[in-house]
Ligand binder design. Structure first.
Ligand code: ATR
Length: 312
């Protein structure tokens, strides 16, 4: 059987082995897929070991996704991995190189648009957080022709850093769209970063990206219609400490999405109290796994039955 693994630290709780085993069964493919506890100071050595042992591929989870982008044996980067500068899927090639991919953004977009039946076209979207989880999905969200994307983060410098990084990426890499930008300063602080996108055909995508930072509010950026989709990509679902951001209004039939799975988080409780419909990150996990599976095996597994289990 072909050998696969997921590397993380911690890793014991990972549901990926179960998901890939189910896909393999459904598709009639023989494989093993095991959790591997990665050494925090020896990630590259851990990858080398799997390669030498004849593994075909591996998934990566916290905290290795960004480090994996810097491996020196990479022979191919998928566009999504380049955009995110983070990697969740490795494929070991016969010439000793590794091809790297990032399927997290695809997983999120598929879950929202296909499983939850929520179109993103022309929508007002609020993303909360500016860590690795956001970095992995931001470029693909931006390519969905939203009406407006607002990014808020508790710490101002981190959100600005993420946007600056997106701009640098756009300047040096073939993204599925181009940015032009204006940064509006209030006092000494860039509090409002506005980017207007164009796709590669030069067609103007009328979306604005705005960064409201530091004190966890959206006041001056709020769309009058309210937010159609609110995504919690902070680690509060895992670590606790969630406080509702000040001034957020949900549009009628809004979707609130927590990237954490298997938990009724404080964010989801708050969203329900505001009348939103909610979803956790289980569907995203299954969909990113399905995309990895497709990269490795060339077959697209059916995700519906697993998604319906809600991870229970
Ligand atoms: P991940 O890879 O899961 O995104 P990370 O890179 O450490 O993890 O990022 C964690 C995110 O959760 C950050 O955006 C963090 O905000 P700060 O930049 O201000 O640290 C956010 N976060 C963590 N605890 C939070 C809290 N109690 N309230 C709001 N945001 C929080």
């Amino acid at each position: 059987a072909k050998k696969f693994a997921v590397i993380g630290n911690p890793i014991a709780h990972s549901r990926s082995p179960m998901i890939h085993a189910q896909f393999a069964k459904d598709c009639g493919i023989e494989l093993t897929y095991e959790p591997v506890l990665g050494d925090l100071n020896g990630f590259a050595a851990c990858v080398d070991k799997l390669r030498e042992q004849g593994y075909v591929g591996a998934n990566l989870t916290l905290p290795f996704k960004r480090e994996a982008y810097l491996l020196d044996i990479i022979g191919y980067y998928s566009p999504e991995a380049r955009e995110a500068q983070a990697v969740n899927t490795l494929k070991f090639e016969e010439d000793g190189t590794v091809s790297v991919y990032n399927t997290d953004g695809i997983g999120l977009i598929r879950d929202i648009t296909q499983n939850l039946n929520c179109t993103l076209l022309g929508k007002n979207v609020l993303v909360m957080g500016a860590g690795g989880a956001v970095q992995g999905v931001l470029a693909l969200l931006c390519a969905e022709q939203l009406k407006r994307l607002t990014l808020i983060n508790r710490t101002k410098t981190k959100a600005i850093g993420l946007i600056e990084y997106m701009l640098a990426m756009a300047a040096t890499n073939p993204l599925p769209f181009h940015f032009s930008t204006s940064i509006i300063f209030t006092g000494d602080d860039p509090v409002n970063v506005t980017m207007q996108g164009r796709n590669l055909d030069g067609e103007r995508l009328n979306h604005l990206f705005e960064v409201a930072v530091s004190d966890w509010h959206v006041d001056q950026f709020h769309p009058s219609e309210g937010y159609d989709v609110v995504i919690n990509a902070t680690s509060t679902g895992l670590l606790g400490g969630f406080e509702p951001p000040v001034g957020v209004r949900f549009a009628p039939n809004a979707l609130a999405y927590d990237m954490v799975y298997g938990k009724q988080t404080a964010f989801l409780d708050w969203a329900i109290s505001q009348g939103a419909r909610t979803a956790d990150g289980w569907g995203m996990l299954v969909e990113q796994a399905a995309k990895s599976f497709e990269i490795w095996h060339g077959v697209k597994p059916d995700t519906r039955a697993l998604i319906a289990t809600k991870g229970q």
